[in-house]
Design a protein around this ligand. Sequence first.
Ligand code: NYM
Ligand code: MG
Length: 212
Amino acid sequence: MSKNRGKLILIEGLDRTGKSTQCELLRQQFGESTTLLKFPDRSTAIGQQINQYLTDPSYKLPDQAVHLLFSANRWERNDYIRNKLLMGDNVIMDRYVYSGVAYSAAKGIEGMDLEWCYSCDRGLVRPDLTLFLVNHESNDTREGFGEERYENNSFQEKVREQFYKLFEKLDSQNDLVIVDVTGCTIDQVSKKIWTIVQDTKQIPSTTFKLFE
Ligand code: NYM
Ligand code: MG
C-alpha cells in the first residue's frame, strides 16, 4: 500500500509576528515524522552570505543579487522538501516564497517589481497551506527588533502591501489563511493554527502543487 505524502505547511508574516515560536509548537503537535525548515536557511554557504548581508550594514551587494541568493537558498532545499513529503513526513516552513518576493519588491527598485521577483521562484513546490500571521499592534517593542536589515516600521509597512499583492496574484484564497494574532497569547495562536491545520485535507497522492 502506498503511503500518502506528508503535508507542507508554511507560516509567513512580517518580522516579529511569532512565526518561529509557532512553527516549533506546530512541529511538537505533529510529533514524529515532521521536519521544520527555516528560510533563509543560514546553515548553507549561500545562507551564510545572506546572513552576512542581513546582519552587517556595511556589507554591499546589489539588491538583485541578494534577491537571487534568497531564491537560490530555497532551490537548494527543494529536493530535500519533496523527498521528505514523499516519505510521508510533514514539512513545516518558517517563511518561503512569499517573504522572498515581498521583501525584495518592497524596496521599490526600478525593474525589480513583483513579477521579476517572483519569476525565479516559479517551479518551487507550493505549500498545501499557508498561514499568514498578522499583528495589528506595533511590533517594534519586541526584543531584538531593529537589529537586522529590513527591521523598521516604515519598511515593514511596504512589505505588508507586497504580501497582499502577491496573495492576489497567486490566487491564494484556496490555500491561504490569514491569522489575526493581535492581542493573543502564544497558546491562543497555537490553538488557532492547530485547528486550521487539522482542517487541511490530506493529499492522497504523490503529486505536488508548484508555484506557477
Ligand atoms: N527575507 C527572508 C527576505 O528578504 N527574503 C527571503 O526570501 C526570506 C526567506 O530575511 N527580515 C528576510 C525577512 C527577514 C530576514 O528572516 C530574516 P528571519 O525570519 O527574521 O530570520
Ligand atoms: Mg527577523
